[in-house]
Design a protein around this ligand. Structure first.
Ligand code: URP
Ligand code: ZN
Ligand code: ZN
Length: 460
């Protein structure tokens, strides 16, 4: 048996905070409280006086080693999970893409093999469906039994990733029958494709056109349509990466009607402005993400949605492509720029700085949005998402008086840029523990290789 005690810190959970020592036995939290008189042979004590002890982050939206728009995302399970760990995230739920011509179970196995022995933090998967071949929904029960209890569907990218409305209905209905949930990328892909073609025909081929081709209405319409379809299918629905005021309103209205509709937004929609598309040269390609960044009125609505509970989760949508590759592939036509950007490493620092320290959310709400709620939504709570007896000892030792400077040069993500270049944020993660193992110190990975475990997730 191994014992570790984090002494003198302030434990912050989503439902409150207390000054407490944390006793960890064999990777699990054993007890919290005033444990100073406890004597255990060979127990290591770590002084955490003046520090906050936060549950490790749970990021339920990442794309590691994943095929996308003719490329593979730049971080694999080793670099991506190390970067996550350095930024305080100790659990991921990553998207296992169905690859062209492959079945769901085969694609899932493929993705599992990419993570095995490489991931350094614990991980689960969502099954991403890009081709609903005959018999695909019959595989849902078996997929659920492997502990993969959620599916993802795209309403955009016709010809590669998109399912049409009838297929979305099929997926929702079949998933709900086996107790799964469906994550939906809601954008009206066909309208976007036409607007994008018009822009190219008008010789507006630069990266800034990405935003113009995906106006807010393309998200709002798709969210409204998907909610209607989920009601017809009598299924819960979860929206990934919501970016607009209208989407928040649509989700809120459905929730008021008692429907099981949940939504996340992402770090970048809360903190970056659409003005980045107006930069000269090819710079805007760094924020060619889908949906695109929006203006202040949308950001304010997203923060309000999080505070009021309409939106419940902040994810990273870490989908990294190097700037060099974006340029090489999409230099002549913005439609060919791989969509996505990095974020798994900086989600917690940015949301703490812009959320807690700017007075937009409380510290407890920060824990809820970045750890507890995602763990709950995706069947990982209370093993993950809390510092409580019986939970995995996934703990961030956080110095509220420290600072975190974000630069491409010092980041752990395998990327040649970060959209947060030069951001100097309050607070610093001085140590990160995963199942009681010290895995990161002051932004550097110090844990063992390949130590991450696959997480069998429960149903909703
Ligand atoms: O901008 C992103 N992330 N695009 C691709 C993956 C996704 O979630 O749609
Ligand atoms: Zn998406
Ligand atoms: Zn994504």
């Amino acid at each position: 048996m191994t014992y570790l005690m984090l002494t003198g810190g302030r434990v912050v959970n989503s439902d409150g905070q207390i000054d407490a020592d944390v006793l960890i036995r064999d990777g699990k939290v054993e007890a919290l409280g005033n444990l100073s008189s406890l004597e255990i042979d060979d127990m290591q004590r770590v002084d955490c006086t003046g520090r906050l002890l936060l549950p490790g982050g749970v990021d339920v939206h990442t794309h590691l080693d994943s095929p996308m728009m003719g490329m593979t995302t730049a971080d694999d399970f080793e670099s991506g999970t190390k970067a996550a760990a350095c930024g305080g995230t100790t659990t991921l739920v990553d998207f296992a893409m169905q690859t062209k011509g492959d079945g769901l179970l085969g694609s899932l196995e493929n993705h599992r093999n990419k993570a095995r022995d490489k991931a350094v933090i614990d991980y689960g998967f969502h099954m991403c469906i890009t081709d609903l071949y005959r018999g695909a929904t019959d595989e849902f029960a078996e997929i659920m039994q492997t502990g993969v209890t959620s599916f993802k569907v795209f309403m955009a990218y016709r010809g590669t990733l998109m399912l049409h409305d009838g297929e979305l209905f099929d997926v929702l209905r079949a998933s709900s029958k086996v107790g799964g949930q469906v994550c939906v990328h809601a954008e009206n892909g066909d309208v976007i494709d036409r607007m994008a073609a018009d822009l190219v025909a008008a010789k507006k081929t630069g990266p800034g056109s990405h935003e113009i081709s995906r106006p807010p209405a393309t998200e709002v319409e798709a969210v409204q349509r998907a909610i209607s379809i989920s009601r017809m299918a009598d299924s819960p629905i979860y929206f990934v990466h919501l970016s607009t005021e209208g989407a928040v309103a649509a989700v809120s209205e459905a929730q008021s009607g008692g429907w099981a509709v949940a939504g996340e937004t992402c770090t970048h929609y809360l903190t970056l402005d659409r003005a980045l598309y107006d930069q000269p040269g090819f710079e805007a390609a760094k924020v060619v993400l889908t949906p695109p960044l929006r203006g202040k009125e949308h950001r304010d609505a997203l923060w309000r949605g999080l505070r009021g509970g309409t939106l419940s989760i902040v994810s990273s949508d870490h989908c990294p492509f190097c700037f060099e590759d974006k340029k090489r592939l999409g230099g002549d036509d913005f439609r060919l720029i791989p969509n996505g950007g990095p974020g798994v490493e900086h989600r917690l620092s940015v949301i703490y700085g812009e959320g807690v320290m700017q007075g937009r959310i409380s510290l407890e709400k920060f824990v809820e949005l970045t750890s507890t709620a995602p763990a709950r939504q995706f069947g990982l709570f209370p093993r993950k998402g809390a510092i409580a007896p019986g939970s995995d000892a996934d703990i961030i030792v956080f110095d509220p008086n420290g600072r975190t400077l974000i630069t491409a040069e010092t980041q752990n993500q395998r990327m040649d840029y970060t959209p947060y270049e030069g951001w100097d944020l309050p607070g610093a993660m001085t140590a990160v523990y995963s199942r009681g193992d010290l895995i990161a110190e002051n932004g550097k990975y110090v844990g063992a290789e390949g130590r991450g475990q696959f997480l069998q997730r429960a149903t909703l």
